[in-house]
Design a binder for this molecule. Structure first.
Ligand SMILES: Nc1ncnc2c1ncn2[C@@H]1O[C@H](COP(=O)(O)OP(=O)(O)OP(=O)(O)O)[C@@H](O)[C@H]1O
Ligand SMILES: [Mg+2]
Length: 446
């Protein structure tokens, strides 16, 4: 411990060394700390208890836990309990110091008011990310907070929600912005190729390895690596990645030299990693390492405020600056707002491109939208009602309750159609229980 405190002092930190968790608890109660570094195995009070106490009573204090070699479960446990990170004994000085720096950066970024004020003043910084909805604003706020740190970020979201866009924004607002941003799609390559792409290989390591080759981690040094579709990463590569994250070194395939790398890792997935962990195809310890900061992007159907701004944003991109944008007539607008966008923003962009191709006289009407979209938004429903009831006055004479019920039925059947009849998925999307969904479903003969 004295070695550690000497080291940290040499780095300019103020250090208060204490012996044992009981003493630590006393000291923590009486003073304010940015960071606690603690062994897990101690008696009579162990490090986990200390960690729980600090998370509860001093949530602003980050914690790094020291675990014995090979005790992965305890390490995972510590991350679950809110430790920022763990280091394994015996640890390398550099590794610990980097972890300390990251933990302190993270603490600063998470401390309230740090960036909020600046943010309020400087209106909107992420001009290429449309964020009208509160959910998307929160995403941008998170980007602003965590971009300057070196912390790993796990970006979660359905296909087409903007995961790569968020990853790029994180890079663009970091100190690494002048260095490269390297995306790797983990689902696109067979295992051996992915391994040698990521970590490089030595000449003769396998058939076809005719020369030494540096891996993307080396190439990206100083920059950011974006591991897309991380859920598809094979287990053997997951354990290698974990080592790279821990030790900040790579070893090429067939090589015996450790090469230091300075790379920030961002990862994205549209899989539920928890389910993959249960299945045994994703490492739990890697999950906790990657998801120190998770950023979840909600599907577009759950943030309808973003739809029209995205429509105009896409039109502007397609039409170019300083040109008049086409008008969207109210019927077409309603279709765009009501469609559930299973392919999210990517699908919306394609629909708008389609519409612009067929638009006549600078006007986007329902007829120029993709037929699939128009037909899935019911024609007897809100579309005609909302355009002033000019067409079918289908609901005249109905009580409000009956109207709402028929709208509900219509929406249920749209959602069910879109999830291909999977009731569990539908219930989840609708945020109701499965039992409620069944109750609401029409009887077969209804
Ligand atoms: N909030 C947004 N504002 C502006 N454009 C957006 C937004 N969200 C997504 N986009 C655009 O939508 C398209 C899809 O985004 P992106 O490729 O980042 O999605 P993704 O989540 O990585 O999708 P996939 O899972 O299919 O790889 C891109 O052209 C992106 O620029
Ligand atoms: Mg993507």
């Amino acid at each position: 411990m004295s070695v550690l405190s000497t080291l940290l002092k040499a780095e300019g930190h103020e250090v208060v060394p204490v012996l044992g968790a009981e003493k630590a608890q006393e000291v923590i109660k009486s003073q304010k700390f940015d960071l606690m570094i603690s062994d897990i195995r101690m008696s009579p009070v162990d490090g986990m208890q200390l960690l729980r106490m600090i998370r509860k009573e001093k949530p602003d204090t980050a914690a790094i836990m020291i675990t014995a070699y090979g005790s992965v479960e305890t390490a995972v446990e510590a991350m679950k309990e809110g430790a920022f990170d763990y280091v394994t004994k015996p640890f390398k000085v550099d590794e610990l110091l980097i972890t300390v720096t990251r933990a302190l950066e993270y603490r600063d970024a998470m401390a309230e008011n740090v960036t909020l004020k600046a943010q309020l003043e400087s209106k909107y910084q992420f001009e290429n990310i449309i964020a009208e909805s509160p959910a998307m604003r929160k995403v941008c706020e998170m980007i602003e907070r965590v971009a300057p740190t070196d912390t790993t970020v796990l970006i979660l979201g359905e296909s087409g929600t903007g995961k790569e866009l968020v990853a790029k924004a994180l890079h663009a607002h970091s100190r690494r912005k002048t260095k490269c941003f390297l995306p790797i799609n983990c689902a696109a390559m067979p295992e051996p190729l992915l391994e040698s792409e990521m970590f490089g290989h030595m000449k003769g390591a396998f058939t076809g390895a005719t020369a030494n080759k540096e891996g993307l981690f080396e190439t990206a040094s100083g920059g950011t690596i974006f591991l897309d579709e991380i859920g598809a990463m094979p287990l053997s590569i997951q354990s290698k990645l974990l080592r790279v994250l821990q030790e900040k070194e790579v070893r090429r395939v067939g090589g015996n030299e450790n090469i230091p790398v300075d790379v920030r890792v961002l990862a994205a997935t549209n899989d539920r990693l928890e389910a993959l962990i249960e299945e045994g195809t994703f490492r739990e310890d890697l999950f906790y390492r990657l998801s120190v900061i998770p950023i979840e992007i909600k599907p577009l159907r759950e943030r309808p405020e973003d739809i029209l701004p995205l429509v105009y944003h896409t039109m502007r991109q397609e039409v170019g600056p300083n040109k008049d944008l086409p008008n969207i007539d109210p019927e077409a607008q309603l279709v765009l707002e009501q469609y559930p966008w299973p392919g999210n923003v990517r699908e919306l962009e394609n629909a708008i491109r389609h519409a612009l191709t067929f638009a006549k006289d600078g006007k986007v009407t329902k007829d120029v939208l993709p037929a699939k979209i128009v037909s899935s938004v019911s024609s007897e429903g809100a579309v005609s009602v909302n355009t002033g009831g000019l067409k079918a006055d289908a609901y005249r004479g109905k009580s409000l309750k009956a109207f709402l019920k028929s709208k509900e039925k219509e929406y249920l059947s749209q959602v069910l159609q879109y999830v291909e009849g999977d009731k569990e998925k539908a219930a989840k999307a609708l945020k109701i229980s499965l039992a409620t969904l069944y109750r609401k479903l029409p009887e077969p003969n209804e």
